[in-house]
Design a protein around this ligand. Structure first.
Ligand SMILES: [Zn+2]
Length: 235
């Protein structure tokens, strides 16, 4: 307690003098002018967090609904309320099961439920097939998003490709909640269909000169990509 008092005292000694004529106002100490500006906040975070602050371009896509972007951000930060996460917080008792609702065999961690649970892995595989690409996928949210952001694509084509991870993760999480709270059994075909529909609805308004139907997205992606100037190749 004494130590705290000393610290408080020192802190108050350094504080600016109170002045009756001056209006009280907050001061942003990390900025030279004392005013909070986004650019200064950004450089403050970068200088403090340094190289550990990694971010992927795929989180804040303007054509993806804000709530989905936010969900992506929470996934990136590992803050999704999976059963393992809730147990760590003490919301779920230690003796309660944290088993994944899809496979009923492994514990529901973030990377398990969003990426490498066998059921979810099949969804990712279907999405790669849809895009006509063969690749081994990274198996954490972070590495998958970083991997996904690489590769060369035409700008308009990239609108579709870039939206896939968030569409998958968002749809998987919703499906998981339906499973947990309404006991709705998951269906691979349905969820893949839903993901493509979502992407079509998100992307279509940004492809002004083109008219693609939702069905086109489901069955004719190759054609769409060709129309958008894509070469249909991805290294
Ligand atoms: Zn599972």
């Amino acid at each position: 307690v004494e130590l705290e008092l000393v610290r408080l005292n020192n802190f108050l000694v350094e504080a600016p003098d109170l002045c009756v004529e001056c209006e009280d106002h907050p001061v942003w100490a990390a900025s030279s002018l004392g005013i909070l500006k986004t650019a200064e906040l950004y450089s403050f975070i970068v200088s403090n967090a340094g190289a550990t602050l990694r971010i992927t371009k795929l989180l804040w896509l303007k054509h993806v609904p804000p709530k989905v972007q936010l969900f992506g951000w929470f996934s990136w930060k590992g803050r999704i309320k999976t059963r393992e996460f809730l147990q760590r917080l003490g919301v779920i008792c230690e003796n309660d099961s944290t088993v994944c609702v899809f496979c009923n065999s492994e514990s529901e961690s973030l990377n398990h439920v969003l990426i490498w649970c066998p059921f979810v892995w099949n969804i990712w595989t279907e999405m790669l097939k849809w895009w006509d690409v063969q690749s081994a996928l990274p198996c954490t949210v972070e590495s998958l998003l970083l991997w996904w952001a690489g590769g060369k694509l035409k700008k308009k084509e990239r609108l579709i490709w870039g939206a896939i991870p968030l569409a998958v993760m968002w749809s998987v999480w919703r499906c998981r909640n339906e499973c947990v709270f309404r006991a709705t059994p998951p269906n691979l075909e349905d969820i893949c269909e839903l993901i493509k529909i979502r992407i079509a609805f998100w992307v279509n308004p940004y492809l002004r000169d083109f008219q693609f139907s939702v069905q086109d997205f489901g069955t004719n992606l190759r054609q769409i990509r060709r129309c958008l100037g894509g070469v249909g190749a991805m290294d």
